[in-house]
Write a protein that binds this ligand. Structure first.
Ligand code: FES
Length: 178
């Protein structure tokens, strides 16, 4: 016998008219909805993967074209001194350091922790962030000590016509982005 035993037949009929889907049909509808959900979810995940692959491919294709820009004359700075310049954009402060008679290094001046300006400590031979005592290697920009989570981006330099020319940027541990 079908129906609810505690309910009067008229009440049962009204309920059935308003919700006319039988439990067998209901199960069919739920399976169909679930299948549709699975197809849509899989489609969205597939589209996301394709987008990530395309993005990575564009990045690997080297879509960045770095400007070439003179930053100082060779010999302009005394050994151990530093000079601020802007690269690659007018608001991107960088620091050129004359590490020794023949060695120069240049890095973004923006600390990778909370963006304070780093300074060069000739005594410690490191780039130092005074905000939270973060230290970066002058050799390759890696984090020597403190809270910065990433290396300092390095400005690639070249000597040409007595000038130090900035020609790209790279990050320690990543593919050179020149
Ligand atoms: S902002 Fe440089 S260490 Fe925190």
């Amino acid at each position: 016998m079908s129906g609810n035993p505690g309910r009067c037949p008229k009440e049962e009929r009204l309920w059935r008219e308003e919700f006319s889907v039988s439990s067998a049909e209901q199960a069919y509808v739920e399976r169909r909805q679930f299948s549709r959900f699975l197809v849509l979810t899989s489609g969205a995940m597939f589209a996301g993967q394709v987008w990530l692959m395309a993005k990575s491919w564009v990045a690997k294709a080297g879509s960045v074209v770095w400007p070439r820009q003179p930053v100082a004359a060779v010999g302009e700075l005394p050994v151990g001194e530093a000079k601020v310049f802007q690269y690659p954009g007018p608001n991107d402060n960088c620091l050129l350091v004359r590490v020794s008679e023949t060695q120069y290094a240049a890095y973004s001046q923006k600390c990778t922790h909370l963006s304070c300006a780093v300074i060069y400590s000739a005594e410690k031979r490191v780039l130092e962030c005074p905000c939270h005592q973060g230290y970066f290697s002058i050799d390759d920009g890696h984090v020597v000590q403190g809270p910065p989570p990433r290396p300092l981006p390095r400005v690639e330099l070249e000597v040409s016509g007595g000038q130090l020319i900035a020609k790209g940027m790279s990050v320690f541990g990543e593919r050179e982005r020149e």
